[in-house]
Design a protein around this ligand. Structure first.
Ligand SMILES: NC(=O)c1ccc[n+]([C@@H]2O[C@H](COP(=O)([O-])OP(=O)(O)OC[C@H]3O[C@@H](n4cnc5c(N)ncnc54)[C@H](O)[C@@H]3O)[C@@H](O)[C@H]2O)c1
Length: 264
């Protein structure tokens, strides 16, 4: 199992205060990494960092804010002693039919999911490349979604932002390789997980009348999933550990479905 060992690696996880990000922070720490938990929710982020044990830390970060990225990356490098792993996990989903789209909601999803991931790539690559503040290369994992690979009702713009995350991943991986940054860049496409976001979506589509109830919506997702169940936080977290570790050393520019086969 040594290829999965992250001992000595320093990781920054955005949106790490709850849900998938919290699970990713826990899994990275369990594999040996020291983790900076970055989120808008300062108290929850601090609690997660504390639960990971000594040496781990938390910081305030709005991923749509460039100055925030500069500060968070610099704090990670200074406080943790480097930056080898960045998980661009923070994201928002605002459910709505195409005919009812509110431009403010569209902008929020573009800002957090697309701009937030793009800024993470920018500042992560700058720090990790040979002339960067951390300078040791590394691995960046972006969190896309099965929504980028299927058509599910009432999440048109969210799905579009997750397709954008997929493309950002590929181009960043290409630039990193061509310019000798020594940073692998990959993304995962999680299937539905019953986090605040996932459970909220099931409720929203039921309220919109697309399914008889939230349970029916979940049942329809499970029905479309060859593995026959919803995703769990640990399913996503373990895939992130794999992509962060040397076990995936020849994997870059890839999108890994972690969806029980739903998007095949
Ligand atoms: N839960 C699912 O079913 C599912 C499926 C596919 C993809 N995803 C993706 O996984 C990621 C995590 O989802 P989740 O289910 O844990 O969601 P969640 O809503 O439970 O947690 C999201 C976290 O991101 C933080 N966040 C939101 N906006 C932020 C910002 N601007 N800056 C910093 N932090 C911010 C929130 O405070 C929260 O802690 C998201 O990118 C989401 O799109 C989730």
């Amino acid at each position: 199992m040594t290829q999965f060992d992250l001992t000595g690696r320093k990781a920054l996880v955005t949106g790490g205060a709850q849900g998938l990000g919290e699970g990713m922070a826990q899994a990275l720490a369990a594999a040996g990494a020291t983790v900076m938990v970055a989120d808008l929710q300062d108290d929850l982020a601090a609690k997660v960092a504390e639960s990971l044990g000594a040496g781990h830390a938390s910081t305030h970060l709005d991923v749509a804010d460039e100055a925030g990225w500069e500060a968070a990356v610099s704090e990670t490098v200074t406080q943790l002693g480097g930056l080898d792993i960045l998980v661009n996990n923070a994201g928002v989903e605002i459910t709505g039919l195409v005919t009812e789209l509110d431009p403010a909601d569209v902008r929020t999803m573009l800002e957090v999911n697309v701009l937030g991931t793009a800024l993470g790539l920018k500042h992560g690559l700058r720090a990790m490349r040979p002339d960067g503040a951390a300078g040791q290369g590394g691995s960046i994992i972006n969190i896309s979604s099965v929504a980028a690979t299927i058509a599910f009702p009432a999440i048109s713009v969210y799905s579009a932002t997750k397709s954008a995350v997929d493309r950002l991943t590929r181009v960043a991986a290409m630039e990193s390789g061509k310019l000798g940054y020594g940073v692998r860049v990959n993304c995962i496409y999680p299937g539905l997980v019953a986090t605040a976001m996932g459970a909220g979506l099931a409720n929203d589509v039921a309220e919109l009348g697309l399914f008889g109830s939230a349970e029916e919506a979940v049942g329809a997702v499970v029905e479309q999933t060859p593995a026959g169940r919803l995703g769990e936080v640990a399913d996503m977290a373990d895939a992130v550990v794999f992509l962060a570790s040397d076990a995936s050393r020849f994997v870059t520019g890839a999108g890994l479905p972690v969806d029980g086969g739903m998007g095949m």
